[in-house]
Design a protein around this ligand. Structure first.
Ligand SMILES: C[S@@+](CC[C@H](N)C(=O)[O-])C[C@H]1O[C@@H](n2cnc3c(N)ncnc32)[C@H](O)[C@@H]1O
Length: 296
């Protein structure tokens, strides 16, 4: 089995929390007779291959040698999100896996062979997650469907318009990795606002240009002969995370207020694991469960 190398020990943290939610979610749906007419779908929009091998950092952090991570025992810790979701019981009615990379799609196809009883419920699409997901959201019938959408990009690939489309389904719960220290904080340059290309990427992620006022403030810079007004970075990692949660709250009826910082071996919060629910009726329960799962 060829697998996909990324992440660190925080990857296990992330996938462990996701797994708990998926198990709670399907259990509620199967146990509730009034919900039995609803079809459930797990959507993994940056699906990967179904497995992963730990990077050097992860191996070192967990005290194992890199060669050990190929052991059968170690492999138990290396199931990727797609495989984890398929293994959850009670199961989802449908699975949608999206990835843009051909070799990852080929690996995902093997899941159909490994899980023959679920093969005809697995849909695999090669393409850009934002495009495929927006099309999927627009055709979803909320009278008949509920879904959990997982957005697990490497960096800044998620567009705000995609987040908005998910919220507009009023049928999907969202788990999202926000690239806090991994990208956003780095793009917010200290020496004045970022260059245009970076600025555009931040606006695509936040869905507004208001981040500029939120993260920079005017300040007077004195020189020997003169003074000039400059824009100074005031954003902290904590402030950036809170700002993103506020942005989610502008489009979702309920958002978890305790997103989980996923830290690298240097204790830098590289990602924030966030949760939001779009179905008005289900949102209070969904967020209560997610907030419990997100507790540190
Ligand atoms: C962090 S990995 C996902 C890992 C996966 N969730 C797991 O647990 O195994 C990110 C994946 O997103 C894919 N990807 C990157 N940009 C993409 C895009 N714009 N659309 C779809 N897939 C993309 C990459 O090929 C990679 O497989």
């Amino acid at each position: 089995m060829s697998s996909h190398q990324f992440g660190g020990r925080w990857t296990e943290e992330k996938l462990g929390r996701l797994k708990k939610y998926l198990a709670a979610y399907t259990k509620i749906f199967k146990a509730n007779e009034r919900a039995s007419y609803l079809r459930t779908t797990f959507v993994d929009a940056f699906a990967g291959t179904g497995t992963y091998t730990a990077t050097k950092e992860s191996s070192q952090a967990s005290g194992v040698e890199p060669s050990d991570v190929y052991d059968e025992d170690a492999a138990a810790f290396q199931k990727g999100s797609a495989r984890i979701a398929i293994e959850v019981e009670p199961s989802f009615d449908h699975y949608l896996f999206i990835d843009k990379k051909t070799s990852h799609i080929q690996e995902l196809e093997k899941l159909r062979v490994q899980f023959p009883d679920k093969a005809n419920r697995i849909k695999i699409v090669q393409g850009d997650a934002n495009k495929v997901l927006k099309d999927w959201c627009h055709q979803l019938n909320r009278q008949k469907n509920r879904a959990v959408v997982f957005l697990d990009p490497y960096g800044m690939a998620v567009e705000w318009s995609t987040i908005e489309a998910i919220s507009q389904t009023q049928a999907a719960d969202l788990w999202l990795l926000f690239p806090l220290g991994q990208a956003v904080n780095r793009l917010l340059t200290k020496s004045g606002p970022p260059p245009q290309a970076w600025s555009n990427r931040l606006t695509t992620l936040f869905g507004t240009e208001e981040w500029k006022e939120a993260f920079y403030r005017p300040s007077l810079q004195m020189s020997l002969f003169d003074s000039e007004q400059i824009l100074e970075k005031r954003a902290t990692l904590d402030g950036i995370g809170k700002y993103f949660v506020e942005r989610l709250s502008t489009v979702f009826p309920k958002v978890a207020d305790n997103p989980l910082p996923l830290r690298n071996s240097k204790n830098v919060p590289i990602y924030l694991l966030c949760f939001a629910a779009s179905n008005l009726k289900g949102a209070p329960t969904a967020v209560r469960i997610a907030q419990d799962i997100l507790k540190q």
